[in-house]
Design a protein around this ligand. Sequence first.
Ligand SMILES: NC(=O)c1ccc[n+]([C@@H]2O[C@H](COP(=O)([O-])OP(=O)(O)OC[C@H]3O[C@@H](n4cnc5c(N)ncnc54)[C@H](OP(=O)(O)O)[C@@H]3O)[C@@H](O)[C@H]2O)c1
Length: 352
Amino acid sequence: MIVLVRIFINGYGNIGRRLASSLAVDKEIQLVGVAKYSIDDKVKEALENRYDVYVPKEGLNNFKEKGYKVSGSIADAVERCDLVVDAAKEGVGYDNKKNFYEPMNRPAIFQGGEDRNGERAVADMIHNSRVNYDKASGKTYVIQGSCNVSGMGRVMQPLIQNFGDRIRRFDIELVRRWADLEDTKAVKDSIEWDRNPHHQDDVKDFIPNANLYVDAFKVPSRMMHLHHMFVRFGDGGGAPTKGQILECFRNEFGVATISSAKGTGDVRKKALELGFPHGDTNMVHIHQDILRVQDDTVKIAYSDDQTGMVIPENYLLIQSMVFRRSRDEALKKADNLFQMTKRRTILEEEFK
Ligand SMILES: NC(=O)c1ccc[n+]([C@@H]2O[C@H](COP(=O)([O-])OP(=O)(O)OC[C@H]3O[C@@H](n4cnc5c(N)ncnc54)[C@H](OP(=O)(O)O)[C@@H]3O)[C@@H](O)[C@H]2O)c1
C-alpha cells in the first residue's frame, strides 16, 4: 500500500516552481499546493499546472477579485499538510516557522538562504545528501544547503574519502551568477565581492574538520556558478594524478565529467536545447580540460547548476526526514525521478 505524504510548498519562485513540478509526479507524495504572495503571471502558471494555490489570509479577496481560484490561506495549507517545504525568499523562512510551522506543529524543510546560527536560525543542521543524509532521518526542521554549498559537499566528500589526511586544505574561488534566467532584475556590469561569504561555515556544518576557505565573486552572468577549487596535499605521497582524481567521481550521483564546454553558458544552453526540465542539469560538471595537478596542488573547476542542484537534494532530504529510507534506496528513487544517470551520460557524450 502506498502511504501518501501531504506536502505544501510555501513559495513559488525559482526554487518553489521546480520543487512543485518534481514532487507533483511522485506517487508517494500528495502535493497540497503552492503559496503565492504577489498577484502576477506566476499565479496563472501555477493554476494552469493544476496546483492548488494558497495565499496570505489578508490577500484572499484581492486574488479572488482578480478572478484567480484560491484554495485557502497559508494557514489552511499548513493545516492540510504533513510537511512544509519552505521555498520563501531569503530570510523569510524564519518568520514562517514562528508564525505557522511551530504553532501548528508541522515539520519543515528550509532553503539555503535561511540562517543556521544566531537569532534567526531555523534549524540545527544543514543537509547534504553526500555527507549527512542519515542524520536528517526523523528530524523536525532541516535546512537544505544552498546550490553552492550542495556542490561543494558533493565534490569535497569523495576527495576526503579517497585521500583523507593527505589533504591539507581546500580553497575555493566561487564565481557566482548575478541572477537566474527567470529573474527580471537587471544584471549589473560589475564584478562584486562578498565580504563575508556564508559558504565556508555552511560546509563546516556537515564537514566540521574541513580546512576550507571560500571567497565569492558575483559576475554579470545568468548561466550557472563556477567553483575553482584548489586542493593542497601535504606529506605522505603528495598530490594524486589527474586520473586518480577523476576516478573518485566516476560513479558519483549528480557529478558529470565533461571536456569540451567553453563556459557555463554552453552547459546551460545544452540543457535547454536537450529539453531537460526547466533547462536544468541538476548537477555539477567537472571540467576535465582544465583540471590541473601542479606540484602539491590539484585545481578542479566545476560548474554548479544554481537553480537545479537543490531540487534532487530537497527530494532526498524528504526521503530521509519523512520516509526514513536508506540512502541507497533514496538515491535509486531520485535517479528514477530525475533521470540523473541518463542525463549525466548524455552530457558527457555531448561534451566529450
Ligand atoms: N535561485 C537559486 O538559484 C537558489 C538556489 C539554491 C537555493 N536558493 C534558496 O531558495 C530560497 C528561494 O529562492 P528563489 O530563488 O526561489 O527566490 P525567488 O525566486 O525570489 O522566490 C521567492 C518566493 O518567495 C515567495 N514569498 C514571498 N513572501 C513569502 C513568505 N512569507 N513565505 C513564503 N514565500 C514567500 C515569493 O512569492 P511571490 O512571487 O508570490 O511574491 C516568491 O515566490 C532562498 O532561500 C534561496 O537562497 C535559491
